[in-house]
Design a protein around this ligand. Structure first.
Ligand code: 0X9
Ligand code: CA
Ligand code: CA
Ligand code: CA
Ligand code: ZN
Length: 420
């Protein structure tokens, strides 16, 4: 009963957003209504297995969260009908509508949430860290987004200006536009490994013995769109056409297995070809470039998402534990470290297909193509309230919560426990 109330509260917030959007003259004047369809938030019951959850996700709806009891999705009424025809019980939780057409990004996050960092604020933080810690940091970009924003990457290491022969670690955030808490996670990692260097011996040891790369905004166009006009728009994809889901656009087993959609209107649209999204193409090309003398320098990676409080490991395209490129010993290593990390932040550890099948995801590509120990973290909250938009008051607590897990990953890259 309590959970139900929370969910309804969250949904009426969406309804308010929708009403606000419709009332805005800037938005009412925008054309291209065909790009827009009224959607609703639905709770879908009968999702008691990964196979059933894959069936739900396979219809192309936007799965906000899912467990053995139900899935919360955003869908059109046609998609809801499809879900019912597949045998699911579907209950509406309220209507939902996004603005149409391009709109200018807001100067900051919606009122009360200014503690989150816009793209400009994030870039300024990286520039500040680079100025304050010259020698320890190097700021560059891996390429540009569809709309031309720099995909910033901050390197943190001793002698950061030199490519030393040290294991490299990668943290990526904000593949999905509305998952703003992840950008804060990347900024927290930056701040901790730079500001902590002078006073914390464990941090110094990690920074001195690795090269840490942080990409806080993989999808800056999407995240700016999501806060445009000073309101949240529940936007997930990039801003290329009707949007491509970056985490279905990676080039390993792209579109193979019913874990993405071929329809441009879908929230899990995989794009017309692998790496058709400038953002995934840029990040993947950059990772390819870290293969030097035939040896991939990056050893470990976390791609941060929200929400559900999960630690996920590959493969996502198959339910099988082992598959080409994944031996039983390798799978055990993923699971052991995944469970160990989850033990520090109280997330739930599982193979990513235990949630539902995803094809063309980042972890599968990173592991198969480069043998990078690549995890997805689904951050706070566990359930659909407050969903993608937790108040900025939780940023400190929910990013610090992952410190020990991050240290375990860095330790794994070094090949020895560090910082624990
Ligand atoms: O569906 C996704 O892309 C991720 N969940 S989210 O709600 N943030 O969209 C989960 C991806 C996990 N799958 C793999 N890493 N393969
Ligand atoms: Ca801000
Ligand atoms: Ca170094
Ligand atoms: Ca190096
Ligand atoms: Zn995500």
């Amino acid at each position: 009963m309590r959970k139900r109330r929370c969910l309804l509260a969250a949904v009426s917030a969406f309804a308010l957003l929708a009403a606000g959007a419709a009332a805005s003259p800037a938005i009412a004047a925008a054309p291209a209504p065909e790009a827009q369809s009224v959607q609703e938030v639905y709770e879908v019951f009968g999702t008691g297995s990964p196979q059933l959850r894959t069936k739900v996700a396979g219809t192309g709806v936007d799965v906000l969260t899912a467990d053995d009891k139900s899935a919360t999705v955003i869908a059109t009424s046609a998609e809801a009908a499809t879900l019912r025809s597949l045998g699911f019980t579907v209950e509406s939780r309220g209507s939902f509508q996004r603005p149409v057409g391009p709109s200018a990004a807001a100067a900051d996050f919606p009122a009360g949430d200014e503690g989150y960092h816009t793209y400009a604020e994030t870039t300024a933080e990286l520039q500040q860290a680079a100025r304050d810690h010259a020698g320890l940091t190097a700021l560059s970009s891996v390429g540009t987004s569809y709309e031309g924003r720099a995909l910033n990457v901050l390197k943190i290491s001793d002698n950061a200006g030199t490519d030393e022969n040290e294991p490299e670690v990668l943290f990526t955030c904000n593949q999905h536009a509305r998952e703003h808490l992840t950008t804060e996670m990347c900024l927290h990692i930056v701040q901790r490994f730079t500001d902590g260097y002078a006073t914390n011996a464990s941090i110094k040891n990690m920074v001195d013995s690795t090269e840490i790369y942080v990409v806080p905004n993989v999808n800056p166009d999407g995240s700016e769109y999501d806060i445009s006009g000073g309101r949240y728009h529940m936007w997930r994809k990039n801003r290329q056409g009707q949007g491509t889901d970056p985490n279905r656009n990676w080039g390993y087993q792209w579109g193979c297995c019913g874990g993405s959609s071929g329809s441009p209107t879908s929230e899990t649209y995989r794009g017309p070809s692998a790496f058709s999204a400038p953002e995934t193409r840029a990040v993947s090309n950059w990772v390819n470039g870290r293969k030097i003398g035939g040896v991939q320098q990056i050893k470990a990676h976390i791609d941060f998402h929200t929400y559900s409080e999960l630690v996920l490991w590959p493969y996502g395209y198959t339910y099988n534990d082992t598959a080409p490129g994944m031996t039983a010993a390798e799978q055990k290593r993923f699971a052991d470290l995944g469970r160990q990390m989850a033990g520090t932040n109280n997330y739930t550890p599982q193979q990513s297909s235990d949630l539902y099948i995803t094809d063309g995801s980042v972890n599968d590509w990173m592991w198969f193509n480069h043998k990078i120990l690549s995890y997805t973290f689904e951050m706070y909250p566990r359930g659909s309230n407050p969903g993608f938009y937790p108040p900025d008051e939780v940023i400190g607590r929910e990013t610090t919560r992952n410190d020990r897990a991050v240290d375990l990953l860095v330790g794994a890259a070094i090949g020895a426990p560090v910082g624990v």
